[in-house]
Design a protein around this ligand. Sequence first.
Ligand SMILES: Cc1cc2nc3c(=O)[nH]c(=O)nc-3n(C[C@H](O)[C@H](O)[C@H](O)COP(=O)(O)OP(=O)(O)OC[C@H]3O[C@@H](n4cnc5c(N)ncnc54)[C@H](O)[C@@H]3O)c2cc1C
Length: 409
Amino acid sequence: MSHTFDIVIIGGGVVGLTTALALAQKTSLTIALIDTKKLSPEWKKENYDFRVSAISLASQHIFENLGVWDAIKFKRVSAYEKMQVWDESSGTIEFDCEKIGAKSLGHIIEEAVIRSSLLEMIMTQKNIFLYDDINVVSIEKNIESVVVKTQEKELECKLLIAADGGNSWVREQMGISINQMDYQHTAIVCNVQTEFSHEYTAKQKFLNSGPLAFLPLSDTHTCSIVWSVPQSEADLLLTQSDEDFCVSLTNAGIHSLGKILSTTQRYSFPLRMRHAESYVQTRLALVGDAAHTIHPLAGQGVNMGLLDAACLVDVITTALNKHRDYTSLATLRRYERFRKSDNALMLNAVAGFKKIFSSQAKPLTTCRNLGLALINKSDFLKNKFMRHAMGLRDEMPTLTLCQKNNWNF
Ligand SMILES: Cc1cc2nc3c(=O)[nH]c(=O)nc-3n(C[C@H](O)[C@H](O)[C@H](O)COP(=O)(O)OP(=O)(O)OC[C@H]3O[C@@H](n4cnc5c(N)ncnc54)[C@H](O)[C@@H]3O)c2cc1C
């Protein structure tokens, strides 16, 4: 059976869901959203999701403007006020929201909370049609339309948006190549109970083997950890008993949190930098991890994807308002121009950061220690870093602008 839509989005992760909701609210286009998994707004309060993200102020504004922030906040968020970064041989840099007159640096939020809140709002939207628990078997891009075939259905559209994550099948089918680099790290992710309160401070220690981050959750003695290590070390940490893993984590030396008392199940993610050579073709746009993946050390992956979504929506609405073809390469290239350079900057900065912190070569460690000391002494530099990470910079998409005309901290 064949169905016709204006836009089909493949991938219902945070970025695909946000793109669908924003397009549905800002235009009268009809949108189909496809995911291989079941998409349900159901959310279970009892346990923390193992996947959490540090959500920037710009991303918070996107959720506010889409009317989902209150639902997210009502479920569960953790505002973090400070961030401490240090390595084994240098002093600590501390970022404090008070220094820029803000109430927090951002929020640590479980992915399940964001997805559920977006889906609740999507269910109320008459111009979004969900096709979940379904496999796409082929995509045919013609001059006039794109035909997406699943085993049972055929969805025809004017524009296809790929939001199907880092291993994007759509990107591959459409022949878009990627620049990639193995970070030679695997991230171990779990939630742990700590002896002392995290005091709403995000902590990241650069160990010789890679960064270890503690992200404060709403319970003051629970943190989500992201421990990035070479694969051989990850294999060891993943096979340890829970008790031994807690000892390893305690010994890794985030002393201000005391002993690690317990852990949830551990999950692992091999880390790879990917950047699509092009984000667009005629009738096709890539957003989120389908276009780029980044090391989690800067906590920027989903924030970058949400900016892609907001920017693409700006470009499409502008084209519609000017009665231009929103599916043309010329229109979509505007989206690519805005986002590709911004994302490349972040990808390069994080790759450089990772390199500097993983080197034990004396000249580099000396430069690193001097650099860290300099940054820590300079409120100007620290404020610049904080504002950039929070998404407070020039030329941001409309959806990131605060409607209340203040920072709403
Ligand atoms: C350990 C770790 C920690 C991180 N921490 C942070 C952080 O603190 N802050 C931050 O901003 N980012 C963080 N990130 C990055 C962030 O998780 C990703 O950038 C984000 O999840 C990408 O969202 P997405 O919607 O683009 O893709 P995904 O979340 O991968 O969603 C893709 C969706 O597409 C669906 N799909 C896949 N293939 C198909 C197909 N063929 N057909 C139909 N559907 C399909 C999937 O089922 C899924 O629902 C972290 C990542 C990792 C690994």
